[in-house]
Design a protein around this ligand. Structure first.
Ligand SMILES: [Zn+2]
Length: 478
């Protein structure tokens, strides 16, 4: 891409040699675009399982199936650790991707010197993000997610915070409030670099309004959505699928389609008014393709992660399947000669694919293995307790053990692997359960389109930023 400058000098010299020339020949490089798809928690095991699930949902055996992004020509492996954690969280990993600097778990676009929760340290140590640099250059920026728009991964584009949980002002600590730190929803609405975010779509309405409108903001009459709309005639707000279909794609759009996270695919009813990830992605691209200096679009399949945390592999499979659909829809729309499309995960999960199911065995079912002649048995395989066991299983969380007592029935496990047991959290009814955790192995990065040949090898996660910067800003330090 630095060839542009060489070409420019070449044409300039040619021009000077030619008689009657008064200046360099004008040559402007066509604008470039980058779309980054982050499957939150979509580790390699999830991709394999989702590939089989997707194939089986079409009546095939499944193992031979190919998800849309698995056809991309360039692949790398990505090391996901945070600066202070071997197994990362989404705030630290998405900061690495969007600022080029690895940082601590739990913080949003601030440097690793900032202790989690330290408002004072965060105010003087924020990291410039892809969105800020892009908007300062007149490049369009869009965010699409199935989580709350204020959740960790999307927040790393437009906010800086010492604590990912400061999604609205009632969640700010007293010292953060006194220290002048602002909540993440406020920072989204106040993001005013250039003309601000072009597209922001997802869930999380409750973070933007007070209790008068069913939200969580400290002041019951607060309404940040109205503040967004009131900026000028160019700002529009939508909150269901039919409104989304009717937007003016020449204007900026805020879409908040659910009070908290958007509904799991597995729990949507036929009359759901929430758009799918694919529908949001297509609409976002229609808006961004009007931006004459190119664009950056983040699309997060955010609830893959939540399905795993809940110990529900089927939920995670459905979310991954929809994520793959959204990627295919984007690739069908864009011009790959000027657009880099990358697909990755921020981190993995502790799900495994156990042996030895026979070929085509339902990926969400119990294991039925082959007999000594390699033919499928009639009965499921049994574990040491005489019970059938599933192919997809978790080492911790609700699908592994529902209570500490239950762990006691597995002699030695707590003593040998105490760190494998998730931190218990309190349910609203006071009961204690376990949240399944992230996994620490490398995740994959798939790339196609302009500049995708840069992607390869085993890389640190913050290098993804360099790929984005090289294509969008001609400044990737590669
Ligand atoms: Zn998670």
């Amino acid at each position: 891409m630095k060839n542009y400058y060489r070409k420019y000098v070449f044409y300039y010299v040619l021009c000077v040699i030619a008689s009657g020339c008064t200046g360099p020949v004008e040559e402007t490089e066509a604008p470039k675009n980058v779309i980054l798809f982050i499957g939150d928690g979509m580790g390699p095991t999830t991709v394999t399982a989702a590939r089989i699930f997707d194939g089986q949902s079409r009546g095939k055996s499944g193992e031979e199936n190919v998800l849309s992004f698995e056809e991309f020509p360039h692949v790398a492996l990505v090391k996901t650790y945070n600066t202070n954690q071997q197994v990362p969280d989404s705030a630290g990993t998405a900061t690495a991707i969007h600022s080029g600097v690895k940082t601590r778990a739990g913080v949003i676009a601030v440097s690793p010197s900032v202790k989690r929760g330290s408002c004072a340290e965060s105010l003087t140590n924020s990291l410039p993000t892809v969105a800020e640099i892009a908007k300062a250059k007149g490049i369009g920026v869009g965010i699409v997610t199935t989580t709350r728009l204020t959740h960790a991964t999307p927040a790393t584009l437009y906010a800086h915070s010492a604590e990912r949980n400061w999604e609205n002002d009632s969640f700010l600590s007293a010292s953060a409030r006194q220290g002048g730190c602002r909540d993440i929803a406020h920072q989204l609405i106040e993001f005013k670099i250039g003309d601000g975010l072009d597209v922001a779509m997802g869930g999380g309405r409750r973070e933007f309004v007070g209790s008068d409108l069913g939200g969580l903001r400290q002041d019951s009459s607060d309404n940040l959505i109205q503040k967004w709309i009131n900026q000028d005639d160019n700002h529009q707000f939508v909150q269901d699928r039919s409104e989304l279909f009717d937007i003016d794609v020449s204007k900026q759009v805020l879409g908040l389609f659910a009070k908290s996270h958007m509904t799991y695919i597995a729990e949507r009813t036929p009359d759901s008014v929430e758009p799918t990830l694919t529908e949001m992605t297509v609409k976002a691209l229609q808006v961004l393709q009007n931006r004459e200096n190119g664009y950056y679009l983040l699309v997060e399949g955010g609830r893959i992660d939540h399905g795993h945390h809940d110990g529900k592999p089927g939920y995670a499979m459905l979310e991954t399947q929809e994520f793959a659909r959204a990627i295919q829809a984007a690739v069908d729309i864009v011009d790959l000669d000027n657009t880099l499309v990358m697909v990755t995960a921020d981190h993995s999960h502790v799900m495994t694919i156990a042996g030895y199911p026979t070929r085509g065995n339902p990926i969400l079912g119990h294991i039925v293995s082959n007999d000594s002649q390699g033919e499928p048995r009639d009965e499921p395989s049994l574990d040491i307790d005489g019970n059938p066991y599933p192919t997809l299983a978790y080492i911790n969380g609700p699908a592994a053990a529902k209570s500490e007592e239950e762990w006691q029935f597995r002699p030695g496990l707590l003593e040998i692997y105490p760190s494998l047991v998730a931190i218990p959290y309190q349910e609203p009814d006071g009961s204690t359960t376990y949240d399944e955790t992230h996994g620490g192995e490398d995740v994959a990065l798939y790339a196609v389109g302009y500049g995708s040949e840069l992607v390869g090898g085993v890389i640190e996660q913050n290098k993804i930023y360099n790929f984005i910067a090289e294509v969008l800003f001609n400044d990737g330090n590669l």
